[in-house]
Design a protein around this ligand. Structure first.
Ligand code: CMC
Length: 391
């Protein structure tokens, strides 16, 4: 017992000790297991980063080969899953479909639920890493009315994902290496971000000893919201809206500052970063490179840069320390890579999967108690019950 302190939105409450991700919001520092995000984005690949986040060390060649092979061995999903996907309307939002399919996986993999030993955890982890890209690809293929497919064992994790998403019947699949590299980098930048809303959700759900897949499915739901991962979709929709309205960025800046108006500048601001978001810096550069490399001119990129410039000089934004976050430029890259807007947050989910797994594993290995915050009750005192006829 003792005094309960109220901390709405847990702005100043630490929920756990963690050795996974270090973040300094004042200095704009982000490190996974001690490695600078800039280094990892430049030099590592997504699967290496996944291994690092989950197990704490960068893998050597042998460890990476084994990890990759174990994941590949788990890259098929039960045929019955296709019927579940079939039941959704084509218009269903991909995040709802992905969360549902992730939950549905439990029915076909019951051994993934009660995992206590490290070995059992490992099996559940490679299962979800193997099957998740299939679910992501199928979610997109359903939208695009393409037949469902499986991956190609000879390809790396990200290229395999890309192929599953985009290959078309009767056509030879071909992709530029720069596209795979850009996608790999984006996934790395999204791979973990300590106790954000979805990671906290994964830990909270997992703390009742619900299984890994159920915890991840809940994390996907948390990520869906526009204040969290859903911001990447909301940013592009906002930029398109500004473009269609004539491209007057100043007008929308005013709208964002107007407290009577619920409009916010999507892709701006962060709970922790109060100087800059190091991921946004890398992504902005990458957006220029990817669009340049593919020879794409996207007027929305100019609007985004215009908004950023204006915001960085605006008193309202400066005082509140609002800077572009990871989602401000990511959507522009996803779009250039041919990924539809409604799939943006699904790509974020795939990127965040290793982080969710790492957070869940750490929570279970540390034998954290069930997550159960308290409250300050402000409701009615004891009242007399009256039967319905007397009310
Ligand atoms: N546009 C206009 N004003 C803003 C914005 C914005 N994007 N973000 C914050 N503010 C204002 C807010 O109105 C408040 O003003 P005041 O102090 O006068 O009331 C002040 O800045 C502090 O904001 P807050 O909402 O109390 O801060 P928070 O830490 O609760 O919220 C946030 C952080 C990221 C939810 C918020 O900045 C936001 O809604 N941003 C837009 C959505 C977005 O881009 N989300 C992605 C976050 S990064 C990736 C991820 O998590 O997935």
């Amino acid at each position: 017992a003792g005094m309960i302190t109220l901390d709405r939105g847990y702005k100043n409450t630490g929920s756990c000790e963690s050795a996974i991700t270090f973040l300094d919001g004042e200095k704009g520092i982000l490190r996974y297991r001690g490695y600078a995000i800039e280094d990892l984005a430049e030099k590592a690949d997504f699967l290496e980063v996944a291994y690092l986040l989950i197990f704490g060390e960068l893998p050597n060649k042998e460890q990476l080969d084994k990890f990759s092979a174990d994941i590949r061995d788990e890259s098929e999903v039960d045929e019955e899953m296709k019927k579940i996907l079939d039941g959704f309307p084509k218009s269903a939002h991909p995040m709802g479909v992905l969360s549902s399919l992730t939950s549905a996986l439990i029915a076909f993999n019951p051994s993934s639920v009660n995992v206590d030993s490290e070995e059992e955890m490992y099996k559940a982890i490679v299962k979800i890493l193997g099957k998740f890209p299939v679910l992501v690809a199928w979610t997109l293929r359903k939208k695009n009315s393409l037949p469902l497919n499986y991956g190609d064992d000879s390809l790396g994790y990200v290229e395999n994902l890309h192929k599953m998403m985009f290959e078309k019947p009767g056509k030879k699949y071909n992709v530029d290496q720069s596209v795979i590299d850009a996608l790999d980098k984006l996934l790395i930048l999204h791979a973990d971000h300590e106790q954000n809303c979805s990671a906290s959700t994964v830990r909270m759900v997992g703390s009742s000893h619900a299984g890994l897949f159920a915890s991840i499915s809940a994390g996907i739901s948390a990520l869906w919201g526009p204040l969290h991962g859903g911001a990447n979709q909301a940013v592009i929709e906002m930029l398109e809206g500004i473009k269609q309205d004539g491209g007057d960025t100043h007008k929308f800046m005013q709208k964002a500052k107007d407290k009577e108006d619920p409009f916010r500048l999507m892709g701006f601001g962060h709970r922790v970063y109060k100087n800059f978001d190091p991921r946004a810096k890398i992504i902005k550069k990458s957006a220029d490179e990817v669009l340049g490399g593919l020879g794409i001119e996207d007027p929305v990129l100019d609007i985004a840069k215009g908004l950023e410039k204006e915001a960085l000089e605006d008193d309202y934004f400066v005082q509140r320390k609002l800077y572009p976050n990871v989602d401000f430029y990511s959507g522009i890259i996803y779009r250039a890579l041919g990924i539809p807007v409604e799939m943006f947050t699904v790509m974020f989910a795939l990127g965040r999967l290793p982080g969710w797994i790492a957070q869940w594993r750490e929570m279970r290995l540390k034998k954290e108690p069930i997550g159960r915050p308290r409250q300050i009750y402000v409701g009615a005192n004891l009242r007399d019950f009256k039967p319905v006829g007397e009310r």
